[in-house]
Design a protein around this ligand. Structure first.
Ligand SMILES: *Cc1c(COP(=O)(O)O)cnc(C)c1O
Length: 461
């Protein structure tokens, strides 16, 4: 299996190189040259597998440069950190299935990918006798999941910038309570954009980037998408254990990474009827699917902050397939976006888009209402991101189908919003309660690139 770029500018590379490259060196995103097909018979034979066993079956089809026994161990240790024996269990409530993706260490679905990526990085770096210094900016979720993915790992240091006092209390503690020597939290007196700008500036300094082997962990890494493909298979198998109804997935979407993993599963032959792309007020992808309107507008802050995104970076991967794997057409589309703030598609292309996805946008009021309604009906607590997906599923997906809603975060992670909606305190899981007693380590500094650079150089391994 070799990997190519959506922009067509690199020679095909093996899996391990794709993991280490992250963003393709021509500015595009990496994709497998072809998708392995899983037959119905094969799929049926996977019913009895545990999550790690199934993960090996799916992931190994994309990886031919890691020995099976090593890959099995990487997968096993990645999912041993989950608090639920099924890793991503499915529960049925009030006519919908909830795929609980929040049993990892930071209570959000990003752990599924970042636990695996952290182990992969450590494995490849050891083999190549290399080091990696990860630098990233976070508004909360990605940073904490990344820190937990690489804490204590050999050959890796991580520096995460977050806006001081502007993440949720739980998110801040999930980062600063990790005191391993290779983890460096920087709380910036400023905004998320200040953090992001400084990280971009460091990456833009190519000499610096080279000298210190800088790396990123954002959702453009192919290994993250790949790890997420697994739970679409897992959920499909659990739900079809009990029903013959057609299967649909509803996915609360920000950067398009999670739903693209569903698209990959479908391309591999998983019998999925519809992928429902659910957005909040930041609805460029909904406008595109429903009205052929992919035009930029400002980012709005909502109660589902991990979906407050304007340009979904992984969308380029889908466009590559939509444009019949023609990199020139992808480049054209991004040139149009840069120049005119939009992307235009033909009628045929839009018909294909609507064949692949349906979409709904759910605003804050409807999200808060759905948290209340669902709790009243079922006694089950939805986090605001999950609530967006559930509301969209109830609106758009046929009630006689198996509607699987991806639960991307634990309600306790966004307890302020859930409590605002319900009017009472939500139970605090032990893993969150324990955070409050732990020692923390964090460097608070001004939004000053010289200071950040100085700190980095002083602490780099
Ligand atoms: C990151 C995130 C999302 C969005 O996922 P994408 O892969 O970026 O589309 C949704 N919900 C939560 C809780 C998240 O952390």
């Amino acid at each position: 299996m070799r990997y190519i770029s959506t922009r067509g500018g690199i020679n095909p590379i093996p899996f391990k190189d794709a993991v280490m490259m992250g963003l393709a060196s021509d500015g595009g995103l990496l994709l497998p040259q072809s998708y392995p097909v899983v037959t119905r018979e094969q799929l049926e034979s996977w019913r009895g597998l545990s999550y790690p066993e199934l993960a090996f079956e799916v992931i190994s089809r994309f990886v031919d440069d890691i020995p099976a026994v090593d890959l099995k161990n990487l997968i096993k240790s990645s999912y041993a950190t989950f608090s639920h024996p099924e890793v991503t269990p499915v529960v049925k409530r009030d006519g919908v299935y909830i795929l609980e993706l929040f049993h990892g260490v930071t209570l959000a679905f990003k752990d599924v990918a970042l636990q695996f990526l952290g182990n992969l990085f450590e494995y490849i770096l050891a083999e190549r006798n290399q080091r990696l210094n990860i630098i990233g900016a976070t508004s909360g979720d990605t940073g904490s999941a990344a820190i937990h993915g690489v804490r204590g790992k050999k050959g890796i240091s991580i520096f995460i910038l977050h806006p001081h006092g502007k993440t949720s209390a739980v998110q801040a503690l999930q980062m600063t309570s990790v005191t391993d020597a290779n983890v460096h939290n920087i709380a910036v007196r400023g905004t998320f954009d200040d953090c992001q700008d400084m990280v971009k500036e460091l990456f833009g300094d190519l000499e610096f980037k080279e000298k210190y082997s800088l790396g990123a962990v954002n959702s453009i890494n192919w290994a993250r998408v790949l790890a997420q493909v697994v739970y679409y298979f897992y959920a499909w198998l659990r739900v079809t254990d009990e029903t013959a109804a057609p299967v649909n997935f509803s996915v609360p979407t920000g950067n398009f990474g999670d739903i693209f993993a569903g698209y990959v599963a479908k391309k591999m032959g998983l019998p999925v009827d519809k992928l429902l792309l659910a957005t909040n007020e930041n609805n460029i992808l909904t406008r595109f699917i429903n009205k052929s309107d992919y035009s930029l507008s400002g980012v709005v802050s909502t109660v589902s902050p991990s979906m407050d995104i304007q340009i979904a970076s992984n969308f380029e991967r889908y466009l590559f397939h939509l444009f019949a794997e023609n990199p020139d057409r992808v480049k054209e589309a991004f040139a149009e976006l840069k120049e005119h703030g939009r992307v235009s598609c033909s009628a045929d292309e839009m018909a294909q888009v609507r064949n692949d996805f349906c979409s709904a946008s759910v605003d804050q009021d409807a999200t808060l209402q759905e948290i209340r309604d669902f709790y009243a009906e079922t006694g089950y607590l939805l986090d605001p991101h999950t609530a967006v997906g559930v509301k969209a599923a109830l609106e758009l997906l046929p009630p006689d189908s198996a509607r699987i809603c991806l639960a991307t975060a634990h309600p306790a992670k966004f307890s302020e919003t859930v409590e605002r909606s319900l009017g009472f305190q939500v139970p605090v899981p032990d893993s969150v309660r324990e955070l409050y007693g732990k020692p923390t380590r964090c460097e608070v500094m001004d939004a000053d690139i010289a200071k950040v650079r100085e700190f980095f150089v002083a602490h780099v391994g």
